[in-house]
Design a protein around this ligand. Structure first.
Ligand SMILES: Nc1ncnc2c1ncn2[C@@H]1O[C@H](COP(=O)(O)OP(=O)(O)OP(=O)(O)O)[C@@H](O)[C@H]1O
Ligand SMILES: [Mg+2]
Length: 393
């Protein structure tokens, strides 16, 4: 779409704009080094990467991480728990492992001969591809062990938007099974046989996998996924300028300033440039770009301000306490939290029922994430950023 817009407004006739995709191979190398325990960071117990929405996590995993994994002759298994929001996350993970097994050289041919096309013969186990899940006698460890032994490769399981696993009991128990599989498969020295990568669009949500003793990956660290930076802006500028009139070029600095204002989100940057094009505002592009990016940023913050203003005092107090607990678990009904609510609202009569009702309505409004009992976080980390900068001075 943008291609058409830019083409129409700015591009000299007949110039073809290829798709723009910025790669970070060095970052992928660092991550793979960490996964195998040879980097400065040791992520052999699992890598947990968190960054806000729409900053390019999945693109990086698919376009940079998977190729790097393949180039090391490891086997990538990628599953996006947001791909099908109605499906149980546990099923999505198991099915992606089954599909990887089915795709291994030789497995399906043998199957076709022995048990029929929809079934896969794995020695002691027969996988039925027409039914969800594993055979009763087969654990997730068995399935992953088969995947490493038949492929003769280390497996890197990448679970994108991993916090969704916390939505169901089966998802939570699958996370514990993955930890058990990792411990079982990685007993010997050398490159681990099972490497695990989890991403999430919110640090506090992902933290529920690692924070407490009763959580599956207790003790692991959450790494902030590095946002696209000046190098991205410079490459994007070059790509855009190649198609602009020579006297109306953008500078990498101007583009980077706009990129920061839109929260390091590539598609927002492209959309702003597209809007300028649609409106035919091709004169003095750098100044217009800056104004539009600022407008975008202010609009997002205005929306948050009016959403927040419409909350009841107890709902605001819940948000405040939740934000003050960022990075740690938030116990909504603990004495400490209850007395905070009372202090903030100035009400002595705040009860756990009142807090419960406030949390439920915040969840219904899409402001609070509460996938199952005991797990709470803000739905959008941007709200915390806005709050800390504007309300919490
Ligand atoms: N390296 C890149 N080069 C060019 N465009 C990119 C790059 N990374 C991401 N984008 C664009 O930014 C948008 C968001 O990317 P992506 O879906 O990877 O982000 P995400 O962080 O996984 O988002 P979500 O939070 O929705 O899962 C897409 O339109 C994608 O094409
Ligand atoms: Mg994604």
């Amino acid at each position: 779409m943008l291609y058409c817009i830019i083409h129409h407004k700015f591009i000299s006739k007949g110039v073809y704009m290829s798709q723009f995709s910025f790669h970070r191979p060095t970052l992928a190398q660092h991550f793979c080094d960490a996964l195998s325990g040879i980097g400065i960071i040791d992520a052999r117990s699992g890598m947990f990467l968190a960054a806000p929405r729409r900053v390019g996590k999945s693109t990086f995993l698919r376009e940079d991480m998977v190729p790097e994994i393949k180039s090391r002759e490891w086997l990538p298994v990628y599953v996006d728990l947001w791909a099908n929001r109605d499906a149980d996350p546990a099923i999505l993970i198991v099915e992606s492992i089954k599909l990887s097994l089915a795709a291994l050289d030789g497995v399906v041919t043998k199957t076709a001969r022995s048990v029929g096309l929809d079934k896969i013969n794995l020695g002691a186990f027969v996988l039925d591809m027409t039914k969800a899940g594993l055979p009763e006698s087969m654990t997730i460890t068995d399935a992953l062990e088969k995947l490493t032994s038949i492929s003769n490769r280390s497996v890197v399981l990448i679970i994108d938007e991993a916090q969704h696993a916390l939505k169901t009991d089966a998802g939570i128990s699958l996370m514990f099974s993955l930890k058990a599989a990792r411990d079982h498969l990685n007993k010997s020295y050398g490159i681990p046989k099972l490497m695990l990568v989890f991403t999430g669009s919110h640090r506090d949500k992902l933290a529920h996998l690692v924070l407490k003793r009763d959580q599956p990956f207790y003790g692991a660290n959450i790494t902030p996924f590095p946002l696209l930076d000046f190098d991205f802006a410079a490459a994007f500028t070059k790509w855009v300028n190649a198609n602009l009139a020579e006297n109306n070029h953008l500078s990498p600095d101007a583009v980077f300033d706009a990129f920061k204002l839109v929260g390091h989100r590539p598609e927002m940057l492209r959309s702003i440039i597209g809007q300028i094009a649609i409106n035919g505002e091709s004169e003095n592009l750098p100044a217009i770009l800056k104004d539009k990016a600022r407008e975008f940023h202010d609009q997002v913050w205005d929306d948050m301000a009016s959403e927040f203003a419409s909350l009841t005092p107890i709902q605001k107090a819940v948000i405040h306490v939740m934000i003050s607990k960022r990075g740690n678990s938030y116990p909504p009904f603990a004495d400490e939290s209850m007395s905070e609510y009372r202090k903030i609202t100035g009400e002595d009569s705040v009860s756990t029922t009142t807090v419960q009702t406030a949390i439920e309505s915040l969840r219904d409004r899409g402001l609070v994430w509460n996938p199952s009992r005991g797990y709470y976080a803000l739905e959008d980390d941007g709200l915390a950023e806005w709050y800390l900068r504007t309300c919490n001075k």
